[in-house]
Design a protein around this ligand. Sequence first.
Ligand SMILES: *Cc1c(COP(=O)(O)O)cnc(C)c1O
Ligand code: SF4
Length: 354
Amino acid sequence: MPQKSKTARRKVKFFYSLKDIEENLCVKIPKDLYAVEKEYPVLVSEYYLNLINKNNIPDDPIWKQCIPDISELSDSTSDEDPQCEKKYISVPKLIHRYKDRALLLVTTRCTTQCRFCFRKRYWKQGTARQDISDNELKNAINYLKTHPEIKEVLLSGGDPLILSNSKLDYILNAVCSTGTIEVVRIASRVPVTNPARINDGFVKMLSKYDGVWVVTHFNHPNEVTHESMDACKKIISAGIPVLNQTVLLKGINDNPEVLEKLFRSLIKNKIKPHYLFHVDPVKGVKHFATGIEKGLEILRYFRKNLSSVATPHFSIDLPEGGGKVSLQASYSKDGISFESVDEKGIITYYPELK
Ligand SMILES: *Cc1c(COP(=O)(O)O)cnc(C)c1O
Ligand code: SF4
């Protein structure tokens, strides 16, 4: 009789409603949150849900990232797409906003829905959850072929890693078949929310392609677990560089020590903190916004306390498709004198060299 394979994967479980979550976690969920779920549905992987420290509810940073908040409904911001992504859609699913790079939306699905998501418009109830179709991919590839100035494609969504290895292989193969794309950046939160998805088959498939980078999305030190680090290690061991982007979230990680701890653990594991984003002015996420000043204050703390390798760009995505700009804390008093970044904060003059 054939032996059942020991390596047979355990089925990954997901929770699609607050009721399910309430039963599983054995915690009381406030009744008014059920109204939020009707507008913006809930989806959490079992793995991510288990990272919640039940003694810390409702302040727990994992809880806050995946469980609805009543503020989602009382948000005065009305725009669902302030970056005007729709305007820059060149062909369906392809956003070409910068000359040398384009973003391909390969799915609208995710393994866990983050309450602060800036593409929340995709997952409102009633909106079909869909993957890119063969026809859409074909048209996107044709666009890339006729725009050889595009050298890099970002796979985004939704979360690209919700797709099967063979579907991702198919997409990567199509993108690389253009002959003009040198780099593919795959943005995914799956190493954080469902690390078991990073299986050998995935890594093997990915390593067939040159120029592939993975950008993951850790927001809090509590997300840095053995499982998530093992998932990233698998990718890195296959020679694929891993970057990280973080969203600055009020009441979750808007604290220099919390972010320092996160970024230190990431670089220790060879993951480069690349971006720290301020929350976009998108409907339903305003309660996560810290204000730009908070980010600059954190940057000033980092300059004194954290290696440049561990420090990400602090960026905002300008409304109306203005694009991403990185912000810097200022140390200059008048263009020639600068506050030193050591403990003493002494003002130093920079010599005239021209
Ligand atoms: C963020 C983004 C990119 C990538 O920009 P980088 O500055 O290289 O990170 C490309 N296209 C779109 C539409 C984007 O939003
Ligand atoms: S994984 Fe990314 S796209 Fe999906 S809900 Fe979270 S932030 Fe949004």
